[in-house]
Design a binder for this molecule. Sequence first.
Ligand SMILES: CCCCCCCC/C=C\CC(=O)SCCNC(=O)CCNC(=O)[C@H](O)C(C)(C)COP(=O)(O)OP(=O)(O)OC[C@H]1O[C@@H](n2cnc3c(N)ncnc32)[C@H](O)[C@@H]1OP(=O)(O)O
Length: 303
Amino acid sequence: MALASGVRFAARALLRPWALLRGTTLGRTEPAAGGGGDGARRFGSQRVLVEPDAASGVAVMKLRNPPVNALSLELLTELVISLEKLENDKTFRGVILTSDCPRVFCAGLDLTEICGRNPAHCAEYWKAMQELWLRTYLSSLVLVAAINGACPAGGCIIALSCDCRVLADNPKYRIGLNETLLGIIAPFWLKDTYVNTIGHRASEQALQLGSLFPPAEALQVGLVDQVVPEDQVQSTALSEMARWLAVPDHARQLTKNMMRKATADRLLRQRDADTQNFVSFVCRDSIQKSLQAYLEKLRQRKG
Ligand SMILES: CCCCCCCC/C=C\CC(=O)SCCNC(=O)CCNC(=O)[C@H](O)C(C)(C)COP(=O)(O)OP(=O)(O)OC[C@H]1O[C@@H](n2cnc3c(N)ncnc32)[C@H](O)[C@@H]1OP(=O)(O)O
């Protein structure tokens, strides 16, 4: 799929480290568990494990940033680079996105990346979050989210950027954009993604209340497409992937672009303004206090 020049350029800029980091944890390949045939060599980085299956053209991409796959700057960058690598390898047509951390798919933004950090770092961090959303939302690949744990806020937006979502039927695994509960708000492109998925009225209510939906409600509101027993999430995601890959790629990609381009363009047109808005908002004393209090509350809890 033709990526907007800004995204392509930004991703290429991100990719340059790829060549420089060859042989480090980023870019290292290792035999997949159980050996596997040709093309079954795992690759990825310290925080993203990619298990490619060349025969099926499907790769499983596992977030591996314990304890909760908080979206650190490194994880954001490694996700974009791993996705770009798969998109550039015509062997692959689909990616299943899942978690390697127990009980959690992705805890959303890494709050330590914005709490007590200077505006320049917050800007760099937010640009990386924008990049990941653009990369997943516009991906030429079929992306299926195999949600095997809690999926709040930034984690929910990654799942929503996929083409479909399978959620494990565990009442502890709640999903939604809960930003208001932290005293912050979802930027317009998160709101747009929510509205595009569950509709305006459901989004208006869920965003204001910071709703985190348990599986049954997530299915009912349309936030996820299937809810299955936890031990069937991966197999169901594979079946769902087969359904999507039965469609000729080019026609599907053009249709996805037709459906999503306007939403993505809205961010691309005002990316710098969005970054400045994010920085000025999160760097306010009141917001910093709110986020610090939330982080403290998290640290006092024990899962
Ligand atoms: C227009 C202006 C825009 C302004 C801002 C826009 C931003 C909008 C976009 C995204 C927003 C976000 O993503 S904010 C983050 C929201 N995330 C959450 O609310 C989830 C918080 N975490 C939890 O609820 C739970 O941790 C969990 C359900 C995910 C897992 O629970 P469990 O019991 O298994 O684990 P613990 O709670 O004990 O956590 C373990 C460990 O991790 C730390 N932790 C958890 N979440 C985060 C996080 N998001 N960032 C950083 N650190 C996190 C937690 O503090 C524990 O740390 P310690 O082991 O040191 O105690």
